[in-house]
Design a protein around this ligand. Structure first.
Ligand SMILES: [Zn+2]
Length: 300
């Protein structure tokens, strides 16, 4: 296929994204079971952050390499000679990457619409519901059936739990996960992240206070007994635990673990070092030349 300078750049960027995303995605999917096991031994909030970062790693890494190396190397080193041949394999990879992004964005839009419908239905029906709904300005949806079933201490613990979800932007994170390309194996990471974010909200609600832990555990059981409206996966965070997770959450609250003191902002230092390394690499002309050689191979 003969393509102009700009179309070749567009195709190459998409094709490079697909190649890097697939390679990184396979590595992440293979590492996921061990990462999930390791997360179970960490503080819930740290575990949730690690799992979320791991799930997004293939997409973020691919975007950084394409934006930081592929596009600059092409603009700097590719002569503007007008139309030029581009291989079928490259075009096919670019179409596959475009389809993957369209699918992910459509999935996110559908989840948003489903979530809004579910929240409206819950508000109208008066069904026993307790959840944080909304992406950018989350609000609490709390039915009288739930408030009537809880004591003041339980209600306080529940509200602190939902506030923790709000502070960690869990609904927005759900939307990000829904709109990011997904490979087989990512579902387990997403489920583990959702579980850890529930545990983290429980921990932040209890704040190490045994009385609050007990109140939250008893509130979980009471709300679970009320039942909940059937829903397909939405972007709202419901207080009512998944049936398989209820026993674990109650057990954690009744027997909280102690952890070694946090070593501070280690992960931020690692991120800053990675950023400096990327900038240092980017300023090396040899890195851009190597990226350009790989693009040439991908294009033909
Ligand atoms: Zn929750």
């Amino acid at each position: 296929m003969i393509a102009s300078y700009a179309v070749r750049l567009f195709c190459l960027s998409l094709a490079a994204f697909l190649v890097i995303h697939t390679a990184a995605g396979i590595a992440v999917a293979l590492a996921a079971p061990r990462a999930i096991q390791a997360a179970l031994r960490m503080r819930a909030r740290s575990a949730a952050r690690v799992l979320f970062a791991l799930r997004l790693l293939p997409a973020v890494l691919s975007a950084v390499v394409v934006a930081g190396f592929c596009i600059p190397s092409y603009l700097w080193l590719e002569p503007e000679v007008g139309a030029e041949e581009i291989g079928r394999l490259c075009v096919s990879a670019a179409l596959a990457a475009a389809a993957m992004w369209c699918w992910a964005l459509a999935n996110g839009a559908a989840a948003l619409a489903r979530s809004a419908r579910f929240t409206r239905a819950c508000e109208r029906s008066g069904a026993p519901v307790l959840m944080l709904a909304g992406i950018f300005r989350p609000r609490l949806v709390l039915s009288p059936a739930v408030t009537g079933a809880l004591t003041a201490e339980q209600l306080d613990a529940v509200l602190r739990h939902e506030y923790a979800h709000r502070q960690s932007h869990d609904n927005f994170r759900r939307l990000v996960l829904a709109t990011t390309p997904r490979l087989p194996g990512f579902r387990d990471l997403e489920r583990a992240w959702a579980r850890m974010s529930e545990w983290a909200a429980d921990d932040e609600s209890a704040a190490g206070d045994p009385v609050r832990s007990l109140s939250l555990a008893s509130a979980l059981v009471r709300v679970a007994r009320l039942g909940r409206p059937a829903s397909s996966a939405t972007l709202a965070v419901s207080f009512c635990a998944e049936p398989g997770d209820l026993a674990d959450r109650v057990e954690r609250l009744l027997h909280p673990r102690t952890y070694a003191p946090s070593r501070g902002r280690g992960h931020r230092r690692v991120l800053m070092l990675a950023g400096f390394a990327a900038v240092a690499l980017l300023t090396q002309s040899s890195a851009l030349e190597a990226a350009h050689r790989l693009l040439e191979q991908l294009a033909h």
